[in-house]
Design a protein around this ligand. Structure first.
Ligand SMILES: [Zn+2]
Length: 692
């Protein structure tokens, strides 16, 4: 099984001066050194040092008990980064960390600084909270990166010994002294499969398969010593409530669910298990049809960092953890490889540009853990659970190094190949040098993505006697017919299949394919069951969602009090707020109105007169760029019914008559009846009525 194949790590190179290329350079210059500094400052390296010294309990553990995973993720990011040839960032840190990891590992291969440094008696005793397999998984992933990048052999040697220990501990059956159990935090599944892909060690794949099959079985325990001291978390939090093959609903802790599903697809792909793949696709259907933010993010509840109910998608309390976005990207990547379906590439693009990209500051040294879609005036940002701005680091520091490892390897997720050709899933500027249909191919791509819809692909080298297919994913929301192709200056026709434009021919050096896709501003409306979003719309252009930030509102109107006027689509402008110059190429402008009448009670009689309104021009900026100026309230979803009016348009009409005294602006002030969100609601209501 597996329809598409990744390209080699060095086969795609991003161009400097392009958005993605510049972000990857920023990752090298700023984010990686920052992460290394913070990992040292947080005590994560000292924890490994204590484990190496072997005097359990002599000094307390610093930070979270799974802090080893932060070190491993930074090393993984450094390994990916090394292939760019820009010099290895922070080699001093790497040398120190590698030395400590080697010294800390026990002779039997076990490695975990918390258990070794504090409670050796608890080794493998608390699978529920211990995170031992989770940390092991991140070590294995770092070693996979080291192998693929050719960064050395030290992590790989530690990883081989650790895998040997895991096989010894978990592969034997109960009664043979083996441990039958799964980790409270999935991750090791996908790491074991990646280890197998690199080494050919089939026992690692079998162990991954076993971990997937054991999960959720009622006869398999999730032993705990009460490490975190409470019993309130249900088994669904750990995704251990129902066997993987029997589940149909995405649930539990968002990051755990998404990492688990990535591992499920990995196991299904390598074992050819179509039933297991179908089980993961069923979870995907549930998640992406009912439980996904418009930003592609997941996790509607701060409590338990969980996914939440169907259509429970509050903007202001969105948890939307950065790690969940990265895990979703990884799961969709695996589904894309397994099936070749464009919908998975679409979700990768959506979550990358709108959650992953904005989780890091423009400077590259501050990060969101939760990526809410609205920050209210007066937001209580008391701790790191829900700050209104990016923080330089977190006590639970899973997200920043996760971001660093994805940005360090992002070029590897843009293009795939199969037996007949190449598939470009996301436009980028750079080069592709690979082999297709048995022949060497070299291409150069130029695009203004994510700001412009045109991409030019030049064939620099290939064997012109061999035919192969070049496929390009049609931009989201556009039919293939809206994308114009030009081959060597002549209009070209491509076949359209499954969301991809496909052009098969004997390509020759000098060939130039120009792809011109319109990039209109799209008005997005929510499903009516997403109550928290009713009566609102969001705007997206290309892959980028936009948002309102308070500093762009005229006269200090509050973002909570503005309404979109009329049904017109915002216009694109190159006049961006000065402070975002160089980071944002286009903003959107729209007509709005603001309510600034006297304060009204929180609740009132519905028959009371509406509040007054005044025109407020709206400027929207890309959501990824939010929070890079002085802190300010922000929202993605913009109401279409005036503040102070019920959503049925009754009072809105009164507002218009009372305020303007004239009717010169068609559509202005008559939201509700004409607003897309409400149109959908009425349509649905009438269907329900007619059927009932
Ligand atoms: Zn995280």
């Amino acid at each position: 099984m597996g329809r598409l194949w990744p390209l080699g790590l060095r086969e795609v190179v991003l161009a400097g001066g392009s958005t993605l290329g510049d972000w990857q350079q920023r990752n090298h210059d700023r984010t990686l050194p920052h992460c290394a500094e913070q990992v040292v400052a947080s005590g994560a390296l000292r924890n490994l040092e204590r484990a190496a010294r072997g005097q359990p309990g002599a000094e307390p553990h610093e930070g979270m008990h799974f802090s080893d995973s932060d070190v491993y993720k930074v090393l993984e990011a450094l390994a990916w980064d090394s292939v760019r040839g820009a010099g290895t960032a922070t080699s001093e840190f790497a040398e120190q960390a590698l030395g400590l990891i080697e010294r800390a590992q026990r002779p039997d291969g076990y490695l975990n600084s918390w258990a070794q440094g504090q409670r050796p008696d608890l080794v493998w005793k608390d699978l529920r909270w211990g995170h031992e397999l989770y940390c092991a998984g991140h070590l294995l992933q770092a070693a996979v990166a080291e192998r693929r990048a050719g960064w050395g052999e030290r992590l790989s040697e530690v990883s081989n010994r650790l895998v040997g220990h895991l096989l010894q501990t978990f592969s034997r059956r109960e009664g043979d002294g083996g441990l039958v159990g799964v980790c409270g935090h999935p991750l090791v599944e996908t790491a074991l499969v990646e280890h197998y892909r690199c080494t050919g060690d089939a026992a690692a794949l079998e162990l991954a398969q076993r971990q997937v099959e054991l999960r959720g079985r009622p006869d398999v325990g999730l032993p705990t010593t009460g490490l975190l001291g409470d019993r309130r978390f249900p088994l669904s939090y750990f995704l251990h409530h129902v066997p993987v093959r029997e589940r149909t609903s995405a649930t539990g802790h968002a990051v755990r669910e998404l990492y688990l599903q990535a591992g499920v697809v990995d196991v299904a792909t390598e074992t050819g298990d179509t039933g297991l793949l179908a089980a993961s696709e069923a979870i995907w259907e549930d998640l992406f049809s009912k439980k996904t933010y418009v930003t592609g993010a997941h996790g509607s509840r701060h409590r338990d960092e969980s996914i939440g109910d169907p259509y429970e998608l509050p903007s202001d309390r969105a948890y939307a953890e950065t790690c969940a976005a990265i895990a979703s990207f990884q799961w969709n990547w695996r589904l894309l490889l397994a099936t070749g379906q464009a919908r998975y590439a679409r979700e990768m693009e959506q979550v990358f540009w709108n959650t992953v990209a904005g989780s890091v500051s423009r400077e590259g040294t501050a990060f969101y853990y939760s990526n809410s879609l609205q920050v209210r005036t007066g937001h209580d940002a008391g701790d790191e659970d829900s700050p209104d701005h990016r923080l330089p680091w977190y006590q639970c520091a899973c997200c920043p190094p996760n971001l660093a490892r994805l940005l360090g390897s992002i070029q590897a997720y843009l293009v795939t190949r199969d037996g007949s050709g190449l598939q470009v899933h996301m436009p980028f500027s750079g080069t592709i040098s690979t082999r297709v249909a048995g022949t060497a191919v070299e291409l150069a791509l130029r695009t203004g993505h994510p700001w412009e819809g045109a991409t030019t692909i030049d064939v620099l080298g290939c064997d012109s006697s061999v035919a192969w297919e070049l496929s390009f994913r049609a931009p989201d929301g556009q039919g293939p017919g809206e994308v114009l192709l030009s081959l060597n200056g002549q209009r070209a026709q491509a076949s359209s299949d499954g969301g991809y434009l496909r052009l098969s021919r004997r390509w020759a050096p000098g060939d130039r394919l120009e792809i011109s896709a319109p990039m209109p501003v799209r008005t997005i409306e929510p499903h009516w069951r997403a109550d928290a979003l009713r009566g609102c719309v969001a705007f997206q252009r290309g892959p980028l969602l936009y948002c309102l930030e308070a500093q762009d509102l005229d006269g200090g109107a509050a973002v909570e009090d503005v309404t979109l006027e009329g049904t017109g689509t915002p216009e694109v402008t190159g006049e961006v707020p000065e402070a975002l110059d160089g980071y944002v190429k286009f903003a959107l402008v729209a007509r709005g109105s603001g309510t600034d009448g006297p304060p009204r009670p929180l609740y009132r009689d519905r028959a009371a007169p509406p509040a007054g309104a005044r025109p407020v021009p709206l400027t929207l900026v890309p959501y990824f760029a939010r929070g890079n100026r002085e802190l300010a309230p922000m929202r993605v979803w913009v109401p279409t019914a005036p503040a102070g009016a019920p959503a049925d348009g009754r009072a809105a009409t009164a507002t218009r008559e009372a305020d303007s005294g004239e009717t010169e602006v068609p559509g202005a002030g008559v939201p509700g009846a004409e607003a897309p969100a409400n149109r959908a609601e009425q349509t649905a209501s009438s269907v329900v009525t007619s059927e009932s």
